[in-house]
Design a protein around this ligand. Structure first.
Ligand code: PMV
Length: 343
């Protein structure tokens, strides 16, 4: 990891409030296999986490999330309800060699958390950005991304690096661990519906229980990871040529393999089937699985699909992803992606 150029003396007293923000994401193809070195394709969504640091006398306080519809209790209760958040803050403070004793930390978000949309990576990136500003350091995005991965390990144990990459840069990427990131451009935005399952879940435990199964039967799982890697590579080509019918079919195939990995649930399978019956070109779980969100690719009938999900008691919303090749910094988004939270 590259070292951060920290100024010699850090005296946050009297400094201006500092903010950092970062994108949420969807994995279009390739989750889980990406942890084992295969390619995955992911895109930023127009939802962000924002961290704001303000000077405070007395001990550090993590204020509850504001304006955060659909945010899971793991974050809404602040540090008290999720010990990982406190450890993440401590790790971030350590990286910047700064004390958070006299800092009030406000986390705001319109990104649902604990559903596979990359909220912990977005939190990690926004925390790094806010602390960089707070300490008067100007960090390149690759340093932000690398520090965020370090913090993300507290939430996920063994992250592939795809979430913090998309949270940092935005855009649409093909990512392979250790081999860098290819930036993709879709000829037109990919029209998605994102539907949230009701069961709570935790990516870290889904990833670690898959690791146990893999350790017990590596050959069986390596074959499945290879299949997912091929699906993702085909998806990358389909995206680049604007062939969204093929992309949709690959999403259904990917979901079927994710089921064989044991990371889907009955509820997620039902949501995928509901999408298929309502004319979606493709649908699959996204992120860690074990609950969480399903993404659906819809050429037509998005409103009707959202209504169908809502009638079934789920929360669903639309998202257009992938038109902007790359966003270099939060707040300077282009294409279909909006700017900094609140703008
Ligand atoms: O559930 P999320 O949004 O954190 O996504 C996890 C994606 C995995 O491939 C399962 C893990 C990883 O680190 O890539």
């Amino acid at each position: 990891m590259r070292s951060v150029p920290i100024s010699d003396t850090i005296t946050p007293q009297g400094v201006q409030p500092a903010e950092g923000a970062a994108w949420g994401k969807v994995i279009l193809l390739g989750e889980h296999a990406v942890v084992y070195g295969r390619t995955a394709v992911a895109a930023a969504i127009d939802r962000q986490v924002c961290v704001r640091l303000t000077p405070r006398q007395g001990s550090a306080r993590v204020a509850p999330l504001e304006d955060a519809p659909g945010i899971a209790p793991s974050l809404t209760g602040g540090a008290e309800s999720d010990p990982r958040l406190l450890r993440a803050l401590a790790r971030a403070a350590d990286l910047f060699r700064v004390s958070l004793e006299d800092v009030e930390i406000n986390i705001t978000s319109d990104l649902p958390s604990s559903v596979g949309l990359g909220s912990s990576a977005a939190l990690s990136v926004s925390l790094v950005r806010a602390l960089a500003k707070w300490t008067g350091n100007s960090l390149e995005d690759d340093v932000v991304c690398s520090h965020a991965l370090d913090i993300e390990r507290i939430f996920h144990g063994f992250p592939s690096g795809i979430d913090n990459t998309v949270a940092t840069y935005g855009g649409l990427v093909a990512f392979r661990r250790g081999q860098g990131t290819r930036w993709l451009t879709a000829p037109r935005p990919l029209p998605l519906v994102i539907v949230l399952g009701r069961s709570s879940r935790d990516t870290g435990s889904v990833v670690s229980s898959l690791r146990e199964r893999w350790t017990a039967a590596p050959d069986r799982y390596e074959v499945l990871f290879d299949i997912i890697g091929h699906i993702a590579a085909s998806g990358e080509r389909a995206i680049s040529t604007g062939d969204i019918e093929t992309l949709g079919s690959l999403m259904f195939q990917d979901h079927a393999v994710l089921r064989r990995l044991g990371v889907s649930t009955e509820e997620l399978d039902q949501l995928v089937e509901l999408a298929r019956r309502n004319g979606a070109l493709g649908a699959k779980l996204t992120g860690g699985g074990g609950g969480g969100a399903v993404i659906c690719l819809c050429e037509k009938g998005r409103t009707e699909l959202i209504e169908a999900f809502c009638r079934g008691g789920s929360t669903a919303f639309s998202a257009d992803v992938g038109a902007a090749a790359r966003v270099s910094r939060c707040g300077s988004a282009t294409g279909t992606q909006a700017g900094l939270h609140g703008q």
